[in-house]
Design a protein around this ligand. Structure first.
Ligand code: HEC
Ligand code: HEC
Ligand code: HEC
Ligand code: HEC
Ligand code: HEC
Ligand code: HEC
Length: 401
């Protein structure tokens, strides 16, 4: 990564898609889009501290478009109102990314991976979870001024679970389902097919297959202690015909674990059906190179992808359903929009299928139930009194003014 991408403030510095990180130095064309040559002197004179835009040029568009990967990091944050993000909105804290992702000597805090990006095709795997950041680093673990019942939750429920009630809330949809098995269809006169929904998002693309997008999505909740378990290309897949590529680690009994929100991102992708493993496929390259996006032959694109990366391939391809957990940690909503008690404490609430513990209002165990319910009802009454007092105080205050 070069210095300008993070430090320039002109907004005119753009990388050319296939130039290995370089911008266009002369006028170039890519996919019908013209890239003007960049005036490096002018751009260099604008350097300053990285703003949302600098980090966003990469992180808002991971996977080849806005909201493709992250459900909580997209370009709607550039003009966020406080409802979307209390921290990054100008009316809110007006934070940039680096208010939370603090850096010392360019070591950025808030990483899941301590390993570098793959070098020589080694995998990026977490070895330890150092240098993490948390909501508590600014707010502490007892941030609630009046409702102590909320502070009682923070040992088991993450801040994010209550304070990010839904993701992809800024008007930009996020990709939820990507089916590669339907890619490669053409019109009768051999033209690629692109179908779009009312927001201009592709629902079918010859290069990519079928896709489903969504906004305002209710997260999937899981126990999470900050660690992830991964299935890599080295692992034999479970036999049940589907695989979670990463899975958050944790459980109710683990004191480090909290209930955490995730984007559950599903898809169908090519794999080695003989060896029952994931594969590398060659996607991009000129016609005749075996690249799928030029030759549309999965068999060859996998053969070449596996050979080029030194992996064994049985020769037999198939499609498999896969899923990934993407943590939801941005797009913190104003406190009024926090999850209500009944969103969790109900039979068919958001935690309906989260295993391993007793949750009042959801579960029934005779005597515990009575105790749990009384506590629950008492605290609801407390919440109502609290709400009432707030209204009373507000009225008293406005009378004084
Ligand atoms: C991934 C983004 C990124 C890249 C790439 C990057 N920087 Fe930075 N740089 C930062 C951040 C973040 C800060 C801290 C800003 C702050 O304090 O708000 C910073 C701070 C600085 C500072 C201020 C002194 C300091 O250490 O606080 C200088 C000078 C600097 N960078 C120069 C460079 C140079 C030269 C390069 C290329 C070799 C570079 N940066 C590449 C993100 C980046
Ligand atoms: C040129 C593209 C680019 C820019 C600009 C950029 N990043 Fe990144 N960022 C990446 C890539 C690629 C990775 C994965 C690197 C790795 O695994 O070592 C990454 C990793 C991260 C991670 C760790 C993610 C994880 O899951 O462990 C954080 C946090 C992060 N970046 C924040 C920032 C912030 C804050 C800025 C702005 C100061 C920024 N990035 C600017 C491309 C970029
Ligand atoms: C860099 C410090 C910092 C970090 C880290 C941080 N916050 Fe905040 N937070 C603030 C500031 C400053 C405000 C006040 C912004 C405002 O209300 O305009 C705030 C406000 C809030 C509010 C209150 C909004 C309201 O309606 O009054 C909530 C809720 C909140 N943060 C939750 C979180 C969560 C959840 C995280 C972790 C994902 C987090 N914060 C991380 C600094 C931080
Ligand atoms: C209010 C604080 C806050 C702000 C502002 C913030 N982040 Fe984060 N970010 C977090 C926290 C907390 C985590 C979780 C880190 C951890 O578990 O160590 C995180 C995680 C990440 C990750 C890791 C990968 C993932 O899946 O979430 C990336 C990448 C990232 N942030 C990028 C950004 C970028 C880019 C911006 C600015 C557009 C930004 N963040 C602004 C608090 C913040
Ligand atoms: C069980 C759900 C829940 C959890 C967990 C939770 N909060 Fe809250 N939080 C709320 C609700 C509801 C409110 C609004 C309270 C009110 O109206 O007074 C709130 C209010 C706040 C406020 C505004 C100050 C206040 O007292 O009104 C901040 C700041 C805040 N939370 C931060 C956090 C942080 C940081 C964490 C994690 C350490 C966290 N919350 C965990 C539900 C939760
Ligand atoms: C994000 C989901 C979630 C929300 C929202 C939530 N709770 Fe809970 N609550 C839990 C979980 C999980 C437990 C179990 C904690 C444990 O076993 O330690 C719990 C436990 C409790 C208990 C049992 C006693 C205790 O303190 O452990 C009471 C009472 C309670 N919650 C009341 C409330 C009230 C009142 C609200 C609304 C202001 C609320 N909860 C909002 C998830 C939630």
């Amino acid at each position: 990564m070069d210095c300008l991408v993070c430090h320039e403030q002109s907004g005119k510095y753009k990388k050319f898609p296939t130039a290995c990180g370089h911008p266009a130095y002369e006028e170039k064309n890519f996919g019908g889009k013209v890239f003007e040559p960049v005036d490096l002197n002018a751009v260099a004179k604008t350097v300053g501290k990285p703003g949302l835009q600098n980090c966003g040029v990469c992180h808002f568009f991971g996977g080849g478009g806005g909201g493709v990967k992250h459900g909580d990091l997209d370009s709607s944050l550039l003009s966020a109102d406080r409802d979307l993000d209390v921290h990054m909105s100008k009316e809110g804290a007006n934070h940039t990314c680096t208010a939370c992702h603090t850096t010392i000597n360019h070591q950025m805090a808030g990483r899941y991976y301590t390993e570098k990006a793959p070098l020589e095709h080694s995998m990026a795997m977490p070895e330890d979870y150092g240098n993490r950041i948390s909501c508590e680093s600014c707010h502490g673990s007892t941030p609630h001024e009046t409702m102590t019942i909320l502070d009682d939750h923070t040992a088991k429920v993450s801040c994010q679970a209550c304070h990010i009630p839904r993701y992809a809330r800024g008007g930009i949809s996020t990709l939820m389902w990507w089916d590669w098995s339907t890619a490669g269809k053409f019109t009768e006169d051999c033209k690629p097919i692109v179908e779009k929904n009312e927001n201009g998002r592709p629902t079918y693309h010859t290069m990519k297959g079928d896709m489903t997008w969504a906004e305002n999505v209710v997260p999937t909740y899981a126990w999470y202690n900050g660690g992830m378990e991964y299935v890599t290309i080295k692992d034999t897949l479970p036999k049940d015909g589907s695989v979670e590529i990463n899975r958050p680690l944790g459980s109710y009994d683990d004191p480090e674990s909290r209930i955490f929100p995730f984007k559950y991102y599903e898809g169908r992708q090519i794999y080695d059906a003989g060896a029952n493993r994931l594969v590398y496929s060659k996607l991009f390259g000129p016609k005749g190179s075996g690249a799928y996006w030029s030759d549309y032959d999965w068999q060859r694109s996998v053969e070449i992808g596996m050979a080029e990366s030194g992996e064994e391939f049985s020769g037999q391809i198939g499609f498999i359903d896969t899923a990934m957990y993407w943590p939801i940690t941005h797009m913190v909503a104003p406190k009024e929009d926090s999850l209500q008690c009944a969103a969790c404490h109900a039979r068919d609430g958001r935690l309906a299928s989260l295993p391993g513990f007793y949750l009042p209002g959801r579960d029934r165990v005779s005597w515990i139930d009575t105790v749990g319910w009384s506590l629950f009802v008492l605290s609801i009454i407390g919440v109502m009194i609290h709400g009432l007092l707030r209204v009373v105080f507000r009225m008293a205050r406005s009378k004084k003014q």
